[in-house]
Design a protein around this ligand. Structure first.
Ligand code: HEM
Length: 390
C-alpha cells in the first residue's frame, strides 16, 4: 500500500528530461497508488499501472464531474470548465447525462465518416505544404503546419470560419496552460461561448453540413449546450492533435527508417500520450483500485502516459518501435469517455506525416533536439515551436 507520508508534488517538474517523466517507472513499481499534492493544495491519487488506469476509467463509482467535491484540477486555478458554467461540456458529465451528447455526435466520427473526410484533410495538408515551400527553405513547423492543420480541420468540421483561427487559438492557449489565472480562463471561456452562440444563430437560419448544424438538427440539445459541446470539440480537436503531430515529426526525423510506415502513427500515440493529465476523476463512493482504498470525495488522476509505458503490457515500453502492436494503448482514454475524435486523429497524423516527408524529403531539424521548446506548462504535453529547414 502506498504510504501517504510519501506525498509527491504533481504535476512533476519535467524540464530537461525526456517524456514521459522518468519518475513514472518508480510510481508503477510501488504497491497501490501514489498519493500526491496538486498546485491547488488538493491531494489526489495518481494511477500509473495500465490495469489500474483501465479500472478507474470504467468504474461507475468513479465520476468525471467537477460538480462533485474533491474533483482534481491540474492547473493552479482549476483546469476543467464546470458543466454548470459550460453546459454541453460533456466530457465532464457522467452517464446517463453524457449519453445524449455522445449519441448525437458518434455517427459523425465513425471510421467510415472519417474515411470520407480524408480528401478534405489531404487538401488542407497539401495547401499548408504549398505555403511552406513558397515561403522559402525554413519554417516553424508548429506555427505553420502542426497547429494549423488540426485547427483548419476541426474548424471546417464544426463550420467555424477559419479566418477566426487567431481568435480561437489565443483563447484556447489560455485554457490549456497550467499557469493561467482564474480570470484569464473565465474570460477566454466567455468569449469563445459568445462567439459560438452567435454562429449558432446563423446556422439556425442557414444550416450547413457541419457539426453545429448536425447538433441543431438532432433536437436533443439546447442552444447553450450546443455552444458548450462545440467549444469542447474545438479545444479537444486542436491542442492534442497539434502536439502529437509535432512531437511525432521530431521522432520521425530522428528515426527516419520509420518514415512512410503507417504503423508509426499508433506507436507515436502510445509513446507520447500527450493527453496524460486530461482524464480527471473523483470517487463518489469508497472504491478499491489496485489494492488501494480510495475514499468517496478523493480525487484521482489516471495517467495514461504512465499506463502506456507499463512494461508489463508493452515490452521495452520506453523504445519507439512501430513494429509492436500498440493498438490497445490508452492514449485516448478508455470506457464511456474514450476519445470521440480518435479515428480523425489517426487520419490527420497519417496524412500529415506521409505528405510532408514525401513532398519535403530533405526536411531536417534546424536546432539540436536539446534546444527544442517543450511545453512544460501545458495541460497537454507538446512543443511550442519546431524550427526546421530543407
Ligand atoms: C476525450 C485524448 C484528439 C475529441 C478524450 C480523452 C482522451 C483524449 C484521453 C478521454 C478524456 C476522459 O476520459 O476524461 C486525445 C488525444 C488526441 C485527441 C491524445 C490526439 C492526439 C481529439 C480530436 C477530437 C477529440 C481530434 C475532435 C474532434 C474528444 C472529445 C472527448 C475526448 C469530444 C470527450 C468524449 C466523451 O466525453 O465522450 N480524448 N484526443 N479528441 N476527445 Fe480526444
Amino acid at each position: 500500500m502506498s504510504n501517504p507520508a510519501q506525498l509527491v508534488d504533481f504535476p512533476l517538474r519535467r524540464p530537461g528530461q525526456p517524456y514521459p517523466p522518468k519518475q513514472y517507472a518508480d510510481f508503477r513499481s510501488r504497491e497501490g497508488l501514489v498519493w500526491s499534492h496538486m498546485p491547488t493544495g488538493a491531494k489526489v491519487w495518481l494511477v500509473t499501472k495500465y490495469d489500474d488506469v483501465r479500472a478507474v476509467l470504467t468504474d461507475p463509482r468513479i465520476s468525471s464531474s467537477p460538480r462533485h467535491e474533491g474533483f482534481p484540477s491540474v492547473g493552479r486555478t482549476g483546469g476543467v470548465p464546470n458543466p454548470d458554467q459550460v453546459p454541453g461540456w460533456f466530457v465532464a458529465l457522467d452517464p446517463p447525462d453524457h449519453d445524449r451528447f455522445r449519441k448525437a455526435l458518434i455517427p459523425e466520427f465513425t471510421v467510415r465518416r472519417i474515411r470520407e473526410m480524408r480528401p478534405s484533410i489531404q487538401e488542407v495538408v497539401d495547401h499548408r505544404i504549398d505555403g511552406l515551400l513558397a515561403a522559402g527553405s525554413e519554417a516553424d513547423l508548429v506555427h505553420d503546419f502542426t497547429s494549423a492543420v488540426p485547427s483548419l480541420v476541426i474548424s471546417a468540421l464544426l463550420g467555424v470560419p477559419h479566418v477566426d483561427r487567431d481568435f480561437f487559438e489565443a483563447r484556447i492557449r489560455l485554457l490549456v496552460t497550467m499557469s493561467s489565472t482564474h480570470d484569464q480562463r473565465d474570460q477566454a471561456t466567455r468569449e469563445i461561448l459568445r462567439y459560438l452562440s452567435r454562429l449558432i444563430l446563423v446556422k439556425q437560419k442557414r444550416p450547413g453540413d457541419d457539426l453545429i448544424s448536425v447538433m441543431l438538427a438532432s433536437g436533443t440539445m439546447s442552444l447553450q449546450e450546443i455552444s458548450g459541446a462545440a467549444m469542447l470539440l474545438l479545444i479537444a480537436g486542436q491542442e492534442t492533435t497539434a502536439n502529437n503531430m509535432a512531437l511525432g515529426m521530431v521522432t520521425l526525423l530522428l528515426n527516419p527508417q520509420w518514415i512512410g510506415d503507417e504503423r508509426a502513427v499508433e506507436e507515436l500515440l502510445r509513446y507520447y500520450s500527450v493527453a496524460d493529465m486530461v482524464a480527471l476523476r473523483v470517487a463518489v463512493e469508497d472504491v478499491e483500485i489496485g489494492g488501494q482504498l480510495i475514499k468517496a470525495g478523493e480525487g484521482i488522476v489516471p495517467l495514461v502516459a504512465a499506463a502506456n509505458h507499463d512494461s508489463g503490457v508493452f515490452e521495452r515500453a520506453g523504445d519507439f518501435d512501430p513494429s509492436r502492436s500498440a493498438r490497445h494503448h490508452v492514449a485516448f482514454g478508455y470506457g464511456v469517455h474514450q476519445c470521440l475524435g480518435q479515428h480523425l486523429v489517426r487520419a490527420e497524423l497519417d496524412i500529415a506525416y506521409r505528405t510532408l516527408f514525401e513532398r519535403i524529403p530533405k526536411l531536417e531539424l534546424a536546432v539540436p533536439v536539446e534546444e527544442l521548446a517543450f511545453k512544460y506548462d501545458g495541460v497537454v504535453f507538446g512543443l511550442d515551436s519546431l524550427p526546421v529547414r530543407w
